[in-house]
Structure formats: structure tokens, C-alpha cells
Write a protein that binds this ligand. Structure first.
Ligand code: HEM
Ligand code: HEM
Length: 125
């Protein structure tokens, strides 16, 4: 495995490690205030990024396109902004980063949807 799929899997594993570490700290401290940030780090970072990696590994032709690279960059940027953004919103600080992060995250998903939709023929093989 190489390229974009590899990047997605390495990132997903790193997010899982940080997300699980975060979960263990929350469980040990009995302070679950930031559980939504923990949940979305695992769900967008570990689960969604791993699914992106699976897709790009299964359909290598899709990975070798500009649209795919832009998708992964936008999804990564969205994640890096939405997670601290959720924590800031929960703590009553600014909601701005959560808004920007969510918009980037959904744009990332739109790009992924576009990439999948336009690879119909390859997926049928
Ligand atoms: C070492 C691994 C993990 C630990 C120790 C852990 C720990 C926790 C803790 C303490 C909470 C707060 C529960 C509460 O307030 O009721 C929580 C919430 C949550 N965690 Fe984890 N977690 C782990 C891994 C994961 C993973 C891998 C995922 C997703 C793939 C995940 C998804 C969630 C979700 C969605 C919530 C929110 C649940 C809710 O609000 O009902 N967690 N976790
Ligand atoms: C743009 C992306 C997303 C945004 C803006 C978003 C936003 C939210 C919000 C506002 C909540 C309620 C939190 C609360 O009541 O404290 C929530 C909860 C939840 N979301 Fe998301 N979400 C996103 C993506 C996802 C994805 C991709 C998944 C699953 C793969 C997911 C799974 C969940 C779950 C399981 C909960 C309930 C646990 C919790 O309250 O933390 N979300 N989300």
C-alpha cells in the first residue's frame, strides 16, 4: 500500500491513538465534559479517515487524481479545526472554529461523494 490510502490509514491510526488516550484520561478523571470532542475525533479521525483509506486502497485509480488529494487535504484540515473547535464551543469560548471546521468537514464529504460518484465504472469491476 502506498500514496493516499497509506496516508489515510496512518492518519486514522494516529487519530485513534490520540482519541483513545483522550477517552482514557476522561474515564480516569471522571470528567466527561469534552466527550463530544473525543467522540468526533474518533468518528471523523479514526472511522471516517479509515473508510476513506479503504476506498482509495480498493480503487487505486480514484486515489491518483487531484480531486482525491484535495478531498483528503480538506477532510484533514476540517478535522484539525473541528476538534479543538468543539472543545472551545463546549467550554463556552468561541463557536467560530467549530463552524469553520464543520463546514470544511462537510465540504470534504461532498468532495468524497463526488469522487465516488465519478468512479462508478471502476467500482463495478
Ligand atoms: C480506549 C478507548 C476509549 C475510551 C477509554 C473511551 C472513553 C469514553 C468516555 C469516558 C466517554 C464519556 C461517556 C459519557 O460521558 O457517558 C466516551 C464517549 C464517547 N466515545 Fe469513547 N472511548 C474510547 C474509544 C472510542 C472510540 C474508538 C469511539 C468511536 C469509534 C468512541 C466514541 C465515543 C462516543 C460516540 C462517545 C459519546 C457517547 C455519548 O455521548 O453518548 N470512543 N468515550
Ligand atoms: C460536520 C461534521 C459533524 C458535525 C458538525 C457534528 C455535530 C454534532 C453535534 C452538534 C452533536 C451533538 C453534541 C451534543 O449534544 O453535545 C453531535 C453528536 C454526535 N455525532 Fe456528530 N457531527 C458531525 C459528524 C459526525 C460523524 C461523521 C459521526 C459518525 C461517524 C457523528 C456521530 C455523532 C454521535 C455518535 C453523536 C452523539 C454523541 C455525542 O453527543 O458526542 N457525527 N454531532
Amino acid at each position: 500500500m502506498r500514496g493516499l490510502a497509506y496516508f489515510c490509514f496512518v492518519s486514522a491510526a494516529a487519530y485513534a491513538l490520540v482519541g483513545m488516550g483522550f477517552g482514557i484520561v476522561m474515564a480516569a478523571s471522571h470528567d466527561h465534559t469534552l466527550s463530544t470532542a473525543h467522540a468526533h475525533l474518533n468518528l471523523l479521525g479514526w472511522v471516517s479517515m479509515a473508510i476513506y483509506g479503504l476506498f482509495y486502497h480498493t480503487v487505486p485509480a480514484a486515489a491518483e487524481t487531484r480531486l482525491a488529494r484535495i478531498h483528503v487535504v480538506v477532510a484533514t484540515l476540517g478535522l484539525w479545526i473541528i476538534i479543538p473547535g468543539i472543545a472551545m464551543a463546549v467550554m463556552g469560548m468561541s463557536e467560530g472554529p467549530a463552524v469553520i471546521g464543520s463546514l470544511l468537514t462537510i465540504v470534504g464529504m461532498i468532495l468524497f461523494a463526488a469522487r465516488v460518484a465519478t468512479m462508478k465504472r471502476s467500482l463495478a469491476v
